[in-house]
Structure formats: C-alpha cells, structure tokens
Write a protein that binds this ligand. Structure first.
Ligand SMILES: NC(=O)c1ccc[n+]([C@@H]2O[C@H](COP(=O)([O-])OP(=O)(O)OC[C@H]3O[C@@H](n4cnc5c(N)ncnc54)[C@H](OP(=O)(O)O)[C@@H]3O)[C@@H](O)[C@H]2O)c1
Length: 320
C-alpha cells in the first residue's frame, strides 16, 4: 500500500515537473529564441492590411510591418489621421501605403467598399486589430452609457470586423497557399472579466474564432495567430495612468511580431506571458468571479472612476 502511494505521488510530481518544463521551454522558444529566429514576413505576400491603424497597437503593428518590408493598407475612421500615418510610413520606411476610411461600428454595410479598396493587392498579412470598450472605466453591464447603441457598436467593431475582414482576404490567401491572419484579442478574453463583461465576451470570441480557423486552414498554408495582451499604454488605457506592468505599443508590436511562426496563441510579449502565468496561479476564475471579489472590484471601480475622471482630464496620450 505504502509503495502504491509512493508511486502515485512520484508519478504526480513527475507529471507536474514535465508540464512546467514544457511550459518553460515553450515560453523560452516563443519569447527569447524568436528574437533571433524572426520569420521573413515578406514571404507571406507584399501587402499587410491593418485595421484600427492610426493609433496605439494598430499603428505600432503598421510601423513594424513596414519596417520589416511590407507595404501597408491602413484602415480607420479619421481621414486626417490616416493621411498622417500613411505619410509617416512612406517617409520613414520607404514603403507604399493605401488608406481606407471606414467606421467598423456601422455593421455589415461597410464591407463592399473595403473589398473595393483591397482589389488587386497581393495581401499576405491581415491584422484584425480594431476594437473598442464600451466605457473608459470599469462598469456593470447595465451601467454602460447608451446601452442600446453601444451593444451593437461593440459587437460590430470587435466581432463583426474580425469575421468579415477575414472573409474578404482569406480566399485569395488560400488560392496562393500562404497567408497570415493576426487577431488581437485580450487577456480580458482569456479569462472571464466582470465589470468588462461585454468586452471580455467579445474577446473570447476572437480567441476561439482564431484558434478554430488556424486548425481549419493550417494545411492550406494559412497561419492564424491570436494575440492576447495585458495592458499596453494607448489611448484606450490612458486613463489608468503610468503603470509599470503596461508595455509601450512599439515594443509590444516588435515582440509580438517576433512570435509569428513560433506560436499561434500568445500574450505577445514576455512580460505579459509572465503576468498571465501569475494571474492563472494566484487569481483563478473561482476567486475572480466570487461575490467577495466582486465587492472589492466595485470599490476599486469606484476609486478608478474617480481617479480616472481626473486622469482623463489631465492625461494626453501621445503616439510614439
Ligand atoms: N491597450 C491595451 O491595453 C489592450 C490590451 C488588450 C487588448 N487590446 C486590444 O488591442 C486593440 C487595439 O487597442 P488600442 O489600445 O491600440 O486602441 P486605441 O489606441 O484606442 O486605437 C484604436 C484604433 O482603432 C481605430 N478605431 C477605433 N474605433 C474605430 C471604428 N469604429 N472604426 C474604425 N476604426 C476605429 C482608431 O482610429 P480612429 O479613431 O482614427 O478611427 C485607432 O486607430 C483592440 O482590439 C483592443 O481591444 C488593447
């Protein structure tokens, strides 16, 4: 009997050791080795399409892709910002650009015009980056400002854009048997996140959609990568102020693009991968979703709401 207990204990310990060794090796490969073994992104095709490309993570991806030799199609709402970012990419990196002005909250009607704008381009990479939260601060579902409108806008912007943009570019990629789709999800989608319920739910959609699509089309030469970051310092998070755990967007995009070819699901950078690990150990779902935690989250939200208002008034996010 004692021998049996000993064997079972040893087997459990060995299993744990193997699991953690495997995780450590994967982390090392994806976040350290990948820096020295970068995939040449131009092998996917000449053009990269980036949604939400005039600010934050999208702009950083557009710059980094151009720096690595891609021509860029920039898609966002503001014509002026699009012109400015396109001019910047052309002068800094000597790459071609094309801009498409659209508002992704409008729903299915916009995609015919986008398809027209992409006509005739050899698109190797699509970055589905555009996304929005419904409130700048944490709030319960029914406290969303103008909920009727916001529900549709968030679903159109965070879910519809990813699926429709993929529908537009994937067929040509499959014909050429090569292509890369990068979908920006969020850590808030890796685990259920109360006080961000709808945002969190739209992001788990992006995660599952990406992982299923990667399995469906891998054998046809397509890679679908899902990137689920923690906090990146952008317009979306400017009200949270300077945070040592937040990453600067250009550094994030550089690290995240290095992981292409090494991981199809990633936090994007080493510091976010470590935060993900720490959170899964010390803050599991059962604790995060408990009434005890909700109470503390509400108090915290109240404080952030107060500080956030002040921070929002005083903070001006500046693109790097
Ligand atoms: N920042 C973070 O900490 C963080 C963490 C995890 C995941 N994410 C995800 O990363 C993605 C980018 O976030 P971000 O922080 O970089 O956001 P951001 O700084 O607010 O930038 C959003 C970009 O999307 C464009 N955009 C916004 N709404 C649009 C719309 N309705 N139609 C067309 N374009 C629109 C904006 O340009 P215009 O205003 O000119 O249209 C801008 O270029 C999102 O999917 C977000 O969920 C962010």
């Amino acid at each position: 009997m004692e021998r049996l207990v000993f064997c079972l204990g040893a087997a459990a310990l060995l299993r744990l050791l193997l699991k953690w060794s495997w995780r450590a090796w994967c982390g090392f490969r994806v976040h350290v080795l990948s820096r020295f073994l970068q995939v040449d992104l131009r092998t996917y095709g000449r053009w990269a399409v980036v949604t939400g490309a005039t600010s934050g993570i999208g702009r950083a991806y557009a710059n980094e892709l151009a720096r690595r030799g891609m021509d860029i199609v920039l898609i966002s709402r503001s014509a002026e910002k699009l012109r400015q970012v396109a001019g910047d990419i052309e002068s800094r990196f000597g790459r071609k650009t094309r801009v498409i002005q659209t508002d992704f909250t409008e729903g299915p009607s916009i995609y015919a015009a986008i398809e027209g704008g992409l006509q005739g381009l050899d698109i190797g990479i699509l970055v589905n980056n555009v996304g929005m939260n419904y409130s700048e601060l944490l709030s319960r579902f029914l406290d969303i400002p103008s909920p009727e409108q916001k529900i549709t806008q968030v679903i159109n912007c965070n879910i519809m854009s990813v699926t429709q943009m993929t529908r537009l570019v994937l067929p040509r990629m499959i014909e050429r048997r090569k292509g890369l789709v990068i979908n920006i999800s969020s850590e808030a989608g890796s685990q259920p996140q109360p006080m961000l319920a709808m945002y969190s739910a739209t992001k788990i959609f992006v995660t599952y959609f990406s992982r299923c699509l990667d399995a469906e089309y891998r054998l046809r030469g397509i890679t679908v990568q899902c990137v689920a970051p923690f906090m990146v310092f952008t317009n979306m998070t400017r009200h949270l102020g300077v945070n040592p755990l937040a990453k600067r967007a250009p550094e994030f995009a550089w690290e995240a693009l290095n992981t292409v070819g090494h991981a199809t699901f990633t936090s994007g950078c080493m510091s976010h991968a470590l935060q993900n690990l720490a959170l899964s150990i010390f803050f599991p779902d059962w604790l995060r979703l408990s009434s005890f935690c909700m109470k503390h989250m509400e108090d915290y939200a109240q404080r952030v709401r107060q500080q956030g208002k002040e921070a929002l008034d005083s903070s001006t996010y500046k693109e790097e």
